[in-house]
Ligand binder design. Sequence first.
Ligand code: ADP
Length: 165
Amino acid sequence: MRTGLYPGTFDPITLGHDDIIRRGAKLVDRLVIGVAINRDKGPLFPVEERIALVEAEVAGIAADTGTTIEVRAFDNLLVQFAEEVGASIIIRGLRAVADFEYEFQMVGMNRTLSENIEMVFLMAGAQYQPIASKLVKEIARMGGDVSKFVSPEVAAALKRRFAEA
Ligand code: ADP
């Protein structure tokens, strides 16, 4: 049984993430989505809410693909977490050139830390490639329409969040 790990901040999950999850689910029998608790990013949503939003979204993907999908928070080193969940591949999404430099470094460093895990990079479908959580949050903060970029549940969560603020 092949397990893959798709790690990220998912603050919040977008249709770009969904597309990568759908593609990644075809490559493995079990997909663990690792929601990074914090890092230095100062996330808009607490980890419990980010996880709940991811869980709501992946239920349909698990049903469609037959892949077991688990969503878990993590706060340790990526390769350690990958070993903990028994993953042999780490899946990351690539957007244009912006992600490349960082991911290139990550591969090099993770390889030094663990020989047993391969990193796999997937590209989203053309219409999802420009979507980034950061821009979605900026649009929502200013009252713009994010319905083309996130699910209705996430759009509602963003609305609530900024109404509270
Ligand atoms: P991180 O802080 O780890 O970059 P993100 O939640 O921003 O967390 O992204 C998680 C992963 O999903 C990353 O590999 C990122 O490149 C990928 N990703 C996010 N949005 C897209 C998209 N629109 N197309 C392809 N990959 C994406």
